[in-house]
Design a protein around this ligand. Structure first.
Ligand SMILES: [Zn+2]
Ligand SMILES: [Zn+2]
Length: 348
């Protein structure tokens, strides 16, 4: 297949451009996917605003997508034109120091193994992703929801590291995409009480619709006191920070009971330093865990959670836009008007 397509290019921070470019051709072991839906992501917004260490503009932009295979390279036997698929944005090398120790998310070769260009009509999937992180989308799952597989796989790696035991109180700071996903996963993992702490009352109402037991806004109450009041004065067994500020990182440790696990999910700008109370960390035996990215296993689990309906992805997709409106869509995310938007190349 040859010809041209439309794709959104990231030229430099603050500058995207919709351009005509060549439709990619699949090399050996590769496939090309005609994108049916992409989803906007906070990582894209951050990159757009201040650049990103993994993104080297000028480049095609976007990384959450699903669609139909439109071309298959030589040597690909398991996939065929027309197959509905979702692919992750990277896949590990499986040979490096970290991969060999079961930490594929820390793969030393990850930087060169990303695939960008979800805000486009077509995308080429490199062989290492075809081999490990390309999955069939079941017929009942809408493409826009299937596109959430990648960010949900990051949530799953988070929850898998949060040490949630049946009946635990899990406090989640943040009611954006990650907060709402982690809340659903905590419920699925058997948490007895899930508390979501946010700012916007509308977002907190969404969390309650998803089955979250208690929500409150930091605009109304002292979050740490409130969590303690709900846990006999002790604090939560598991705290997940998904809001992304030094203040909420600190808050997360303060609402954790002795022996708790605190998962610091949201990254902070490079060079940020956060102060913690050493007495509470040491004598309280806190486990503080950072977490990043996903693995092939959590990609597979994410698609299963979306397909089974354990995780509702529909709620967080708050509108549909054509490729020409990606930049405006990111501005809408930045103003917290929407959690995510579905980018449909078929819309005009
Ligand atoms: Zn993302
Ligand atoms: Zn590796």
């Amino acid at each position: 297949m040859s010809g041209t397509m439309l794709g959104v290019f990231f030229l430099e921070p603050g500058h995207l451009e919709l351009r005509e470019t060549a439709i990619p051709e699949p090399g050996p072991g590769e496939v090309v996917v005609k994108i049916e839906a992409a989803t906007t992501c906070g990582t894209d917004l951050k990159a757009y605003k201040r650049g990103h260490k993994l993104m080297k503009p000028p480049m095609l932009f976007g990384h959450e997508f699903s669609g139909l295979i439109s071309a298959v390279g030589s040597g690909v036997t398991h996939w065929h034109e027309g197959d509905p698929v979702v692919a992750a944005n990277s896949a590990p090398c499986n040979g490096c120091f970290y991969c060999r120790r079961g930490h594929q998310e820390l793969c030393e070769n990850l930087d060169s193994r990303f695939n960008w260009g979800a805000y486009a009509q077509y995308i080429r999937i490199p062989a290492h992703i075809v081999n490990q992180n390309l999955h069939r989308v079941p017929a009942h799952l809408a493409f826009a929801e299937a596109s959430l597989t990648e960010p949900l796989a990051c949530s799953i790696l988070g929850v898998a590291n949060a040490n949630i035991q049946l009946g635990d109180t899990v406090a989640i700071i943040g009611a954006g995409f990650q907060g709402l996903m982690q809340a659903q996963l905590a419920l699925a993992a058997g948490a007895g009480q899930v508390i979501v702490i946010g700012r916007s009352h509308g977002r907190l109402a969404q969390a309650r619709q998803l089955g979250v037991h208690v929500t409150f806004s930091t605009l109304d109450v002292d979050a740490v006191q409130q969590v303690k009041a709900l846990t006999h004065g002790r604090g939560a067994e598991v705290v997940i920070e998904a809001a992304g500020s030094a203040e909420t990182w600190r808050m997360a440790t303060r609402m954790a009971r002795p022996g708790a696990t605190v998962l610091l999910f949201s990254g902070l700008p490079g060079g940020t330093h956060v102060e913690f109370d050493a007495t509470h960390l040491h004598y309280g035996e806190l486990t503080i865990k950072g977490v990043f990215h996903h693995t092939p296993r959590t990609i597979e689990q994410a698609l299963q959670m979306l397909s089974s309906g354990y995780v509702d992805g529909k709620m967080v997709i708050e509108g549909q836009i054509p490729l020409a409106q990606v930049e405006e869509g990111l501005h809408r995310m930045d103003r917290s008007e929407v959690i995510k938007l579905a980018v449909l190349p078929g819309l005009s």
